[in-house]
Design a protein around this ligand. Structure first.
Ligand SMILES: C[S@@+](CC[C@H](N)C(=O)[O-])C[C@H]1O[C@@H](n2cnc3c(N)ncnc32)[C@H](O)[C@@H]1O
Length: 345
């Protein structure tokens, strides 16, 4: 244990260098390090990795050793030479063929989110997102900025489904949703969470409602769900009629918007909802005093640089739901990275 001053300086260095850790992860994914090692029949040395990836020997060795210190790679020494292999973490999350791969999310974080975060101080000063600074696009229409090109739209859609490969099933099992025969996932994107819902509750009819260009991309580029068909409906949930349903899912939708816009959306959901039906809000929840957990506080800053919204406490969601007319508001209480709140009409 060093002195308190040493510990303080150590902590400062850890924070200051945090972005370098992210970049090691992003670069190793971008270059295909983990996919290469997953396909190799045995651990590979840095020279072999560099030769197969077409990268410099020097840079590759530095990157692989940094990955090993971060426990993204295992390293063993054979006849004085280091040989690298994937760890359980990288095999599960950083290899494209893995069913729990997070590569698309990491690609989005590296190429889009990171560039917006470069303007965090400006976002705090102005209180708004940074698409203008980072990409030179107007940010007045949020999702026109998010989907500023077809490539960017696909990157976002692919990125969003990654987390549901890991947490989707558990979240959809937080409450027994089998009592809701007709379910509509509002802002359901490519249908990743709807897919988990349908596989848990095969008797339900699930429709994804999203913007027309997203529905078109979902039908064109994303594989059909296992366990039954998911319907897709194109529209604007602030303006167009919402389909009648017993349950509406709003997953990572309210956090994109101001309280005023959330109230407007929830009032429309309440109006469309069948009697006895409900709404399931899925979000990352802040502690009741808003002072933790750190990942959710960082997500809230991410909402500042990338959206018009913020992360909220359970009480803040309860207040929005109650103001829209919902009652019997229940917390899932799982306190994972994401949690669910169920409310009834
Ligand atoms: C942050 S994403 C969440 C996607 C998905 N629910 C999830 O958790 O992965 C927000 C979604 O809301 C959709 N969306 C945004 N504005 C919308 C609008 N006015 N009408 C319908 N969908 C909208 C976006 O296209 C996107 O799919």
């Amino acid at each position: 244990m060093g002195s308190p001053e040493d510990q303080a300086f150590g902590l400062l260095s850890e924070y200051a260098n945090g972005f370098m850790v992210s970049q090691v992860l992003f670069a190793a994914c971008d270059l295909g390090v983990f996919d290469l090692l997953a396909q190799a029949p045995e651990p590979l040395g840095a020279a072999a990795v560099a030769a197969r990836l077409g990268t410099s020997g020097h840079g590759t060795e530095l990157l692989l050793d940094a990955c090993a210190s971060l426990r993204l790679l295992a390293v063993e020494t054979q006849a004085g030479q280091a040989a690298y292999a994937n760890t359980a973490l990288s095999a599960a999350y950083l290899v494209s063929a893995s069913p729990t791969s997070q590569l698309d999310m990491l690609r989005y974080l590296g190429r889009t989110t990171y560039l917006c975060w470069a303007h965090l101080a400006e976002a705090v000063r102005q209180g708004r997102n940074q698409y203008g600074q980072a990409f030179g696009v107007p940010s007045g229409d949020l999702f026109a900025a998010v989907y500023r090109s077809e490539g960017e739209r696909l990157r976002f859609m692919r990125a969003l489904q990654d987390v549901w490969r890991v947490h989707g099933r558990r979240l959809m099992a937080t409450f027994d949703l089998s009592t809701f025969p007709v379910i509509c996932d509002l802002g359901g994107c490519s249908g990743a969470l709807a897919r988990e819902c349908l596989s848990l509750y095969p008797g339900c009819q699930v429709t994804v409602f999203d913007l027309p260009e997203v529905v078109l991309a979902a039908k064109t580029h994303f594989s059909p769900p296992e366990g039954g068909p998911i319907g897709f409906l194109a529209g604007d949930f602030f303006k167009d009629p919402l389909p009648e349903a017993d349950l509406y899912i709003l997953a990572r939708v309210l956090h994109d918007w101001t309280d005023q816009a959330c109230s407007q959306l929830l009032a429309r959901v309440h109006q469309a909802c069948r009697a006895g039906g409900g709404v399931l809000v899925v979000e990352s929840l802040l502690d009741s005093d808003g002072r933790g957990p750190l990942p959710t506080q960082l997500y809230s800053l991410n909402m500042l640089v990338q959206t018009e919204g913020r992360e909220r406490t359970p009480a803040q969601y309860h207040a929005l739901l109650a103001a829209a007319g919902f009652r019997d508001i229940q917390d899932g209480g799982t306190r994972g990275l994401y949690d669910a709140i169920l409310a009834r009409k």
